[in-house]
Write a protein that binds this ligand. Structure first.
Ligand code: MN
Length: 239
């Protein structure tokens, strides 16, 4: 049987302004393309409820979205901190801690990368343009297409994720205004933008514990990106 991949979601609004459980279709397609079975995880699940689903998941995909409440990492409040959702924060942070401990495969994307770092004790820049000296634009939305290749990422030689990508330099999109400030003690930086921003992390001693700050679900035309989703689903099949 193909592995089930739990996909985190956001609390959205329908065009008629009704509350919905939502996730961008690109994540679902990327998991299907890689041979996994996507299962959406609504934020309305209490911990005792998602813990009953958890054993059936081969892996967990932490998706992009709004900002994590700065209280979770003693972060500086900033007027640009937006779309905070305490329900989603508490589910995702707890879920990631379980997956890290249990060696259950996980892949964090954008906000998901930040969730991985914060859940394991790291901190974030709450608004990069005001807090980091950089000549790079990391927040390319909404003016540029989501597939716009904004900057290169240099993948650390010898990192676990370098074996998956198979290329030392990736050209990536960039749709984030926050980023990793202090890396969680358990994590290793596995890729950087030219300004030093951490763009990929990995959890050593874990069969598949990776997160990236960019949005690979929009770049599945690239072979290294397809390799990432394929390796994720393969790891989930073995769990
Ligand atoms: Mn970036």
């Amino acid at each position: 049987m193909r592995p089930v991949i739990g996909i985190t979601t956001y609390n959205g609004k329908s065009p008629s302004d009704l509350p919905i459980v939502a996730v961008q279709t690109r994540y679902v397609r990327a998991i299907l393309q890689a041979g996994g079975l996507p299962l959406l995880l609504p934020n309305q699940l209490a911990q005792d409820e998602w813990l009953e689903i958890y054993p059936h998941l081969g892996g967990i995909l932490l998706t992009g979205g709004g900002d994590i409440a700065p209280e979770h990492f003693s972060g500086a409040h900033h007027p640009k901190v937006g779309e905070v959702d305490e329900e989603r924060d508490s589910l995702e942070l707890a879920l990631l801690r379980f997956a890290a401990e249990d060696k259950k495969p996980f892949l964090g994307i954008c906000r998901g990368c930040q969730v991985v770092n914060v859940a394991l004790g790291g901190t974030l820049y709450t608004h990069i343009p005001d807090q980091v000296q950089t000549g790079i634009r990391h927040d390319c939305y909404p003016e540029l297409p989501r597939t716009h290749l904004a900057h290169p990422v240099r993948i650390e030689e010898g990192s676990q994720i370098s074996k998956i990508f198979g290329e030392p330099i990736l050209q990536v999109n960039s749709l984030h205004h926050q980023g990793i400030k202090n890396l969680a003690p358990a994590l290793k930086a596995a890729g950087h933008a030219p300004d030093g921003m951490i763009e990929a992390v990995e959890l050593p001693e874990h069969p598949f514990g990776f997160a990236v700050q960019w949005h690979p679900e929009w770049l599945t035309d690239q072979l290294p990106t397809r390799n990432l989703f394929k390796a994720f689903v393969e790891a989930a099949a073995e769990k």
